[in-house]
Design a protein around this ligand. Structure first.
Ligand code: HEM
Length: 119
C-alpha cells in the first residue's frame, strides 16, 4: 500500500519539529506575533501537530469544531490568516517538503479560512 504523506516525512517527531519552527517564526512576525503573546505554546504546538498530521493522512484528528472554539475570540482577519498560511508554507519549504505536498497542506488550511477568520 502507498505510504501516507505523514509516514513519508517521518511521523509525529518530524511534524512537531516543523510545527515548532513554524511557531518560532509566527511569534516573530510583525503581522501576527502579538496574537500569541502569553499563550501556552507547548499545547498549541501539540494541537497544531495533530491538525497538520491529520491532513497528512496520519492517525491524529482535530475537529473543525475545536478549531472554531479556539479562534472564536481572537478577532483574526484575512491579512493575519494569509500571513499564517505564508509562514507555514515557507517553513515547509525550508524543511524540504515537496511543492505538491505543500500545496495539499496549504489547501487544508485555506479550506478552513471561514472557521478562523471572524473580522
Ligand atoms: C487554518 C489555519 C489555522 C489553524 C489550522 C490553526 C490551528 C490552531 C490550533 C490547532 C490551535 C490549538 C487550539 C487548542 O488548544 O485546542 C490554535 C490556537 C491558536 N491559534 Fe490558530 N490556527 C490557524 C490560524 C490562526 C491564525 C491566522 C491565527 C492568528 C493570526 C491563530 C492564532 C491562534 C492563537 C493565538 C491560538 C491560541 C489560543 C489560546 O491558547 O487561547 N491561528 N490554532
Amino acid at each position: 500500500m502507498a505510504q501516507t504523506m505523514f509516514e513519508r516525512y517521518g511521523g509525529f517527531a518530524s511534524v512537531s519539529k516543523v510545527v515548532g519552527e513554524f511557531y518560532e517564526r509566527a511569534t516573530e512576525s510583525p503581522i501576527i506575533g502579538h496574537y500569541f503573546a502569553g499563550k501556552e505554546m507547548r499545547t498549541l504546538i501539540d494541537h497544531q501537530t495533530k491538525f497538520i498530521s491529520s491532513i497528512m493522512g496520519g492517525p491524529a484528528s482535530y475537529s473543525d469544531d475545536q478549531l472554531k472554539v479556539a479562534h472564536a475570540n481572537l478577532k483574526i482577519d484575512g491579512q493575519a490568516f494569509n500571513e499564517m498560511a505564508t509562514i507555514l508554507s515557507e517553513t515547509l519549504e525550508d524543511y524540504d517538503f515537496k511543492a505538491e505536498d505543500i500545496a495539499i497542506l496549504v489547501r487544508g488550511i485555506q479550506d478552513r479560512m471561514h472557521i478562523i477568520v471572524t473580522q
